[in-house]
Structures are given as structure tokens and as C-alpha cells.
Design a protein around this ligand. Structure first.
Ligand SMILES: Cc1cc2nc3c(=O)[nH]c(=O)nc-3n(C[C@H](O)[C@H](O)[C@H](O)COP(=O)(O)OP(=O)(O)OC[C@H]3O[C@@H](n4cnc5c(N)ncnc54)[C@H](O)[C@@H]3O)c2cc1C
Length: 496
């Protein structure tokens, strides 16, 4: 008989883990509370329009390839991947914007145009970023975060200063133009923290941005979920939706099953890809590893206010990915990290995938997603959401020089309360626990419970961190840890 693994949740990390574990010969079942799989990567469709409700940026294509290659497949076996050109646009004022192209040489020219001599500095910066990418993504991020020793390698010892200098300082040391600084500081926002609080070692995100480029899976991010589901089921994983897990059963300090919609499902291993804080609420008190004050003291990645908007016409002066940096970033960031509150004038991001992918909107129309990063846990009401919609759509019209309000066919908002209801997200965070120095690697919540045997965790609150590529990596890391425990006997007939 195969050993049985039950997985809570069906986000990227759970799906990735399920594939590895099924390929290793375990009997794997996924229990998802919602009526569709994919976790935060869900889709909203209406009247011929489609919106990726969660992730929209496909960065680090090599990490996705690594995942598919582990099963002797390629992403192209499942979906078509296009490199976006331009990658994205950043709008600073009605008259000032920067378009980031798909090749590094074109990006150097843009930098020279705004700040003569800056391309030389950018070149040196990207050399270091590329080196860090090789060290981090090919090696360090695949380590389980069990101990500091994992991070001590000849390379990290040589680069130890980069863990104590911030990305902000490194960028501002050489580059002086405020627009170029914003563009170089933007990628680390994906890690969920301020550039002034993120170690410069994380400049590998700049290599991901300029060096590897921005990609788009035709049909949208949900195609990646479809691919993983197809791979998982072909490997024998059973996936059940509308299955709310309300308890993890512990016997003799060992996880022995879960309660799903009131029924007991027995298991040899319980693995949770649901938010870590929520998973611990499924345990009786003595089995929780982290207190409420522990979670409260942590720096969470932002939550978001999102609007999914259907426009009755094509829009101008925007790209597939467009960032609106016409506001003071530091003021906005202070409301997220220092003094949790609604920002007066937030920066925002908008995505119009129907510009490059006809599957997102009917002909002659545009599908737009607008995102404002916010502090998790602040008040969320319909009237607040509406006020912010009015603000950003007004700025959007002014900055892009077009009227769009009268062309809105419908819109849907999504914010903190939805993240809590839909995903059991701590304080409604959108993408997990930030990757600041004190919350990196072995300092993150552990992948294996310290109190309950046979209980494991995966996803954006444990190692390596927030984002789709890290979630794929997290699924691999946890499967390796589980395999270590079982010492992989060919048919898993014996539990060690
Ligand atoms: C708006 C937004 C934009 C983003 N943009 C990007 C981007 O552009 N690029 C990028 O790389 N990343 C982006 N991210 C981050 C990325 O989406 C996440 O890091 C990743 O999807 C997290 O996957 P996960 O497996 O950790 O968790 P999740 O996707 O949260 O999956 C957890 C699952 O567990 C389920 N669950 C919870 N409780 C229970 C229970 N009791 N019983 C059963 N099931 C349960 C939930 O319903 C959910 O399906 C974005 C996230 C958001 C929200």
C-alpha cells in the first residue's frame, strides 16, 4: 500500500508539491475549500471578458521550466509562452513615461537618454544582479530553511556585505535620476517589502526583470494552473474542490488526518498549502508553533484593492502592464509598512492583457485590472473602495489623455475582506510574508512542524517566499523534506 498524503489547498505550492510527491509514489489527495483550484491565481469571467484575479506577471521563466523539466515535460507541452515587447510601461506624468523593452541594449539606451553615463552603472549593477540570480535561484532558494548553515557557502561569505546593505542604497549610490531609481527599485516590491528594507542581495530581481524579461502565457496565468492540474492528475493526484478543512487531527504528537466537511480523512502525512497562520488555527493549542503576537510582529507583504473593469472600447497610451508612478512612493509605502492606513494618493498598477491576447475581451473592447497595494488589516468597506476607484480612474484619464468612465460596462472590486473570506488569509494579505533580512530562509516559519510529527507546510508564508516562482520552489522543497522522512523505498510500503 502506498503512503497517503493529504494536502490542504490547491495553490501553486500545493499543486507543485502534489506532482513531486505523486511522482515519488505517494497516494496524494488535495482538498480545496473553494469551487475552483489554483488559490490566489483565480479567474473572473463575464460577458466575454476574462480577468486573472491574482498574479499577472510571469517572471523567471527558468523556474517554471525547472518545474516542468522535473517531470520530463516543458511548459510548451501545455501552454504557449510569449515574451512581451514592450515588457511594461511606467507613467510618471501626463508627458513623462518610460517604456521598458524586451532587450537589455534597448534598456541601456533608455537609461542614457534620461541620465547620460547611467548605462555604465546599470551594466555593473546587472552583472552583480545576474551573479546573485545564479547563486540564489539555482541553489540557495531550494534549501529548506532548517538552519543558518544552509546559507553559509564560499559565495555568500564573499558577498556577506550584500545582506547588510539595502537595495535602495545600492541603486541610489550610482543612479541619480528619480525615474530610473523608481524603475530599479520596483522589482523588489514583488518580495513584499520596501527597497529601503530589502538586502541588496535581492537585486537578482532586477536581473529577472531586465535580463530574463516579462512573459505572458497565452490565455493568461490560469493556463499555468491548468497545466499543473493536468500534470498532477496524470501522475495520479486526486483533487477535490468545495472541501473545507476544519481540523488537523493529532494523535500521539503525530498528524493522522484532517476533518473535511465534517468527515475524517486519515493520512500518513498532512501537508498544508493554505496560509500558515490559518493552518495553525486548525490545530489544538499545544500543537501551535507560533503565537498571535509572533504573527502580529511580522512584516507581511501588502494586501491590495483590485478592480476588474470591462471597457466598451480599446484604450490608448497604455501597455499590457502599466505602472502609474505619479505619486510619492515613500508616502504610500509608509501607509503600508509604518503606519497601516489608507494612502492619500497611492501608486497603482494596471494590466490590460487584451492588448496582446484576444482571449481576454471581445473584439474592440478592453479588459483592465487595477491594483493598489495596501497595508493588510485596515478597514475595508464598499464606500472606501468606491472612493479609491474614483480617484485612480480620474488620474488614469488625466495621465493617459482619454475618457474611459463612460465606457465602463461593468466592474468588480476585490479587497482585504475578500482575501480573508476566500483564502483564510491573515489580515487579508495578498501575497504572504515579506522577504526582509529577518524573515529570510531559516528565519521564516518552518516547512516542517516543530511540534507535530508528519505535519508539513508549503506556500508563500514559508520558504522561500512570496510569488509564483517561489511557490513552485516551495512545493519542491517540502516534497524533498517529506521524502527525507520516508527515505524513499521504491513502493513506499514501509513508513520509517
Ligand atoms: C492580487 C495578486 C497579485 C499577484 N501578482 C503576482 C504576480 O504578478 N506574479 C507573481 O509571481 N506572483 C504574484 N502574486 C503572488 C502569487 O499569486 C502567490 O504568491 C501564490 O499564488 C501563492 O500560492 P500559494 O500556493 O502559497 O497559496 P494560495 O494561492 O493562497 O493557495 C492556498 C489555497 O488554500 C486554500 N485553503 C485555505 N484554507 C483552506 C481550508 N481550511 N481548507 C481547504 N482549503 C483551504 C485556499 O482557498 C487556496 O486555494 C500575486 C498575488 C495576488 C493576490
Amino acid at each position: 500500500m502506498k503512503n497517503k498524503i493529504t494536502i490542504i489547498g490547491s495553490g501553486f505550492s500545493s499543486l507543485a508539491a502534489s506532482c513531486y510527491l505523486a511522482a515519488d509514489g505517494f497516494d496524494v489527495s488535495i482538498y480545496e475549500k473553494n469551487n475552483s483550484v489554483g488559490g490566489r491565481a483565480s479567474v473572473f469571467s463575464k460577458d466575454g471578458f476574462k480577468f486573472d484575479m491574482g498574479p499577472t506577471w510571469y517572471w523567471m521563466p527558468d523556474v517554471f521550466e525547472h518545474f516542468f523539466n522535473d517531470f520530463n515535460t516543458r511548459s510548451s507541452d501545455f501552454y504557449q509562452l510569449d515574451k512581451l515587447n514592450p515588457a511594461y510601461k511606467v507613467i510618471f506624468t501626463k508627458h513623462d513615461s518610460i517604456i521598458i523593452s524586451d532587450t537589455i541594449d534597448k534598456i541601456y539606451s533608455i537609461f542614457e537618454k534620461f541620465e547620460p553615463g547611467s548605462s555604465k552603472h546599470l551594466h555593473a549593477f546587472l552583472e552583480s544582479a545576474k551573479y546573485n540570480y545564479e547563486v540564489a535561484i539555482k541553489d540557495l532558494v531550494y534549501r529548506p530553511g532548517n538552519s543558518i548553515v544552509e546559507l553559509i557557502t564560499p559565495t555568500t561569505i564573499r558577498r556577506v556585505d550584500q545582506f547588510f546593505q539595502t537595495i535602495s542604497k545600492q541603486v541610489r549610490n550610482k543612479i541619480k535620476h528619480p525615474y530610473l531609481i523608481s524603475i530599479l527599485e520596483f522589482p523588489v516590491l514583488f518580495l513584499g517589502a520596501k527597497p529601503s528594507n530589502t538586502p541588496s542581495f535581492y537585486n537578482f530581481m532586477n536581473y529577472a526583470d531586465f535580463g530574463l524579461g516579462t512573459w505572458h502565457p497565452k490565455g493568461g496565468m490560469y493556463e499555468v494552473i491548468n497545466a499543473m492540474v493536468s500534470l498532477a492528475t496524470s501522475l495520479g493526484v486526486k483533487i477535490y474542490t468545495n472541501q473545507n478543512v476544519s481540523k488537523i487531527i493529532v494523535e500521539n504528537k503525530k498528524a493522522s488526518g484532517i476533518i473535511v466537511n465534517g468527515d475524517l480523512i486519515e493520512a500518513d502525512i498532512v501537508l498544508s498549502g493554505a496560509d500558515y497562520h490559518h493552518t495553525e488555527t486548525l490545530l489544538e493549542r499545544p500543537y501551535k508553533q507560533y503565537s498571535e503576537s509572533y504573527w502580529n510582529s511580522k512584516t507581511f507583504a501588502p494586501s491590495s484593492l483590485l478592480f476588474y473593469v470591462a471597457f466598451d472600447k480599446k484604450l490608448h497610451n497604455v501597455n499590457h502592464h502599466t505602472l502609474f508612478f505619479d505619486a510619492d512612493f515613500n508616502e504610500h509605502a509608509a501607509t503600508i509598512y509604518d503606519n497601516p492606513s489608507w494612502p492619500k494618493k497611492p501608486l497603482f498598477y494596471a494590466s490590460f492583457p487584451s492588448i496582446t491576447d484576444a482571449s481576454f475581451a471581445p473584439k474592440g473592447k478592453e479588459a483592465g485590472t487595477f491594483l493598489i497595494p495596501l497595508a493588510p488589516g485596515i478597514e475595508d468597506t464598499t464606500s472606501i473602495r468606491e472612493r479609491y476607484f474614483e480617484q485612480i480612474i480620474g488620474r488614469f484619464e488625466a495621465l493617459t489623455g482619454q475618457e474611459v468612465k463612460d465606457s465602463i460596462l461593468f466592474k468588480r472590486s476585490y479587497c482585504i475582506n475578500d482575501f480573508i473570506n476566500d483564502y483564510n488569509s491573515y489580515k487579508g494579505n495578498a501575497y504572504g510574508l515579506a522577504n526582509i533580512l529577518t524573515q529570510t530562509a531559516f528565519l521564516r516559519p518552518k516547512i516542517k512542524s516543530k511540534k507535530v510529527d508528519n505535519l508539513y507546510f508549503t506556500g508563500q508564508l514559508t520558504v522561500p517566499g512570496p510569488g509564483v516562482p517561489p511557490s513552485l520552489i516551495s512545493g519542491k522543497i517540502v516534497s524533498l523534506e517529506i521524502n527525507k522522512k520516508f527515505k524513499i523505498l521504491k513502493n513506499h510500503e514501509t513508513i520509517v
